[in-house]
Design a protein around this ligand. Sequence first.
Ligand code: KG4
Ligand code: ZN
Length: 395
Amino acid sequence: MKLLGIETSCDETAVCIIEAAGSIGKTFSFSLQGNALYSQIAIHAPYGGVFPNLAKREHSKNLVPIMTQALTEASLLNQGATPLTSEAHEILQNILTHEPELFEQLKAFLATYKRPDIDAIAVTHGPGLEPALWVGVNFARALSTLWNIPLVAVNHMEGHILLSMMHLDDTTHGHMSESAFPILSLLISGGHTELVLSESWMQYKLIGQTRDDAVGEAFDKVARLLGLSYPGGPEISRLAREARALNTASAFTFTPPMLHSNDFDFSFSGIKTEVRKTITAIPELTDDTRRDIARAFEDAVTQVLVRKTLKAVRETGAQTVVVGGGVSANTFIREELHKALNEKGFAEAELLVPVPALATDNAVMIAVAGYFRAVNGEYTDPATLRATGNLKLAL
Ligand code: KG4
Ligand code: ZN
């Protein structure tokens, strides 16, 4: 089955084409035939975070060029379209009423290129920034209706989980191995910090979550306090690594939040305040103090993520631990989780992390998750699909 994946939940505009086969678990494999991504990071960086309406405008402007690039890579772009009928024109106009720029571009695209040979369209319908999500959803609804290709609505977080379970044989071919249940997923991104338990495929139960900020959000806010650029995760991680390489004791320590609470919940807003107070109290923020603060912050956050994950493994008997979401790109968190799962006699729990290139938002995760929904016959009606900013994966 060939799928077109579309992702616009935050600040990446991404489109891909995969060819996938098999069923979830050991027989599943896919090849990535086209993959294009436009990151808006540089546009949002001056604001220190993502500006929803700016993200929406950028998605509207970039979806058609990004899809064109992905289809070209997949050799699926063929000229010779028949002119749009007035009925098709009206459908397009109705669906894209709020995205005039996208409407104009897509109209020109559809009048030029023929319907590609694709079996399903998968799009993120939540969670994420609602204005941003709507652009991708409306784009997918328009393509699905006018090309008469079935539509699948994908939960972004399920995309992260499933992609973390893929092994890439090279840059374009992936497969899945059999994983033992229960599967515990640690979801860590700019909007989420959750521990989710699965007793069977694509069934999720929420066992813990952040009570305030998400861990990625904390990385971004602390980076801003340190005068580092957005997104803060990679920057903090880089400085912390430099500090550790110096092999000296850290000059600062922060309290790992909720380390000993008797649940699987998290909290990351207090530590940001602690960092702010620390910065205010020191005479000058030098490169050295920046490095030390980054390290102490990453240490504290990692400690609580590792401890709560281990506690969950112990109490649920999880056999597989999946880490997903943008923060899973963090090498220190990966290493510490790996160490802890092995050291403490949990060697039987297998740790799965995403390939680094696909740890942050992308369309491949959406197409892969969409495939599993499609083979279950879980299609959605393009006339009624909506974007849902606070869409839940698990209750
Ligand atoms: O999953 P993602 O791309 O977007 C959301 O769905 O939120 O995650 C983005 C988040 C940002 O907060 C970013 O700072 C964080 O992931 N991030 C990292 C690293 N790379 C990205 N956090 C810590 N260490 C990293 N290496
Ligand atoms: Zn994400």
